[in-house]
Design a protein around this ligand. Sequence first.
Ligand SMILES: *[C@@H]1O[C@H](CO)[C@@H](O)[C@H](O)[C@H]1NC(C)=O
Ligand SMILES: *[C@@H]1O[C@H](CO)[C@@H](O)[C@H](O)[C@H]1NC(C)=O
Length: 357
Amino acid sequence: MKVAVFFLLILPLCLAKSIDKTVLFDFMIEDEAGSGTTDAPDIYPPEQGPVCPFRCQCHLRVVQCSDLDLDKVPKDLPSDTTLLDLQNNKITEIKDGDFKNLKELHALILVNNKISKISPGAFLPLNKLQRLYLSKNTLKELPENMPKSLQELRAHDNEINKLRKAVFSGLNNMIVVELGSNPLKSSGVENGAFQGMKRLSYIRISDTNITTVPKGLPTSLTELHLDGNKISKVDADSLNGLTNLAKLGLSFNNVASVDNGSLANVPHLRELHLNNNELAKVPPGLGEHKYIQVVYLHNNKIAAIGPNDFCPPRYNTKKATYSGVSLFSNPIQYWEIQPSSFRCIYERSAIQLGNYK
Ligand SMILES: *[C@@H]1O[C@H](CO)[C@@H](O)[C@H](O)[C@H]1NC(C)=O
Ligand SMILES: *[C@@H]1O[C@H](CO)[C@@H](O)[C@H](O)[C@H]1NC(C)=O
């Protein structure tokens, strides 16, 4: 009862006040029109709190501004935003101050814009940023000063020609890095570029012109996808210490040889994709490998299969059995393969030999 009375008393006061204001603004607009100034008065007082940018949609601290033909980052984004989606716009540049106040931001999506420049301080205020999606832009390099909190970086399909160590150093929380379809030249990845990222688990650098497996990869790595490059050799050194690596993708390269010891350096590998390369023989060390299950070798130049290429020489010491071995489209005389070459493979359907003519 008391509350109702209070409102009844206060309501007319509020109304009176806002009417006063409206009248005042009308008066000012008239006055300004007369004096020739074009500045509109600030109709919304700042006390009203964060305002959703014009044409964006804001809901549960997610600010959705995709597909709006924006040519710059909207001003005055609500400071409690956790996800900002700006994909499919025409933003050309990210400037210092564009993301100021966004201390709660976790994910920033800038995919498919026309961004060619990111000012060095642009991401500095983003202390909590975990996901940064920059794919499908025209960046020539990755920005330095990315937030240390970053866990996932995607910059697929840009114009980046060099991956520099300085860009990644200190990003100790990074887990996923996706940098494919960039014009990286033969030595486009600086030695040890990824070394410092102690939690890094997944790297994809596919469809570039790199000619070697990057050196100095962190031990934490579980997946390395380097398909569609110009790699001509797997050197054991590059895989040294990758004791957690489970998937290695090297299909559609020019791999003609795999060093002795390469597979011994990745003892927990489960999947090896080497299809569509220039291999003349089965990679050495498969027979002794304990955990490998999937080996794609189709579309190579393998002419013969040795008795111990896939299976251990004496007792079966494998701890996991093969589930997929592909050998089709190789110049093998398939009828000359000794069936015992596959003695450690119990499921016939696990082997695809095919019909090379
Ligand atoms: C790789 O190099 C070739 C020849 O120089 C070039 O035509 C091609 O665009 C390059 N690819 C990439 C992804 O940079
Ligand atoms: C690799 O190992 C095979 C068999 O053990 C050996 O014949 C060959 O010479 C070795 N190659 C190199 C480059 O060490």
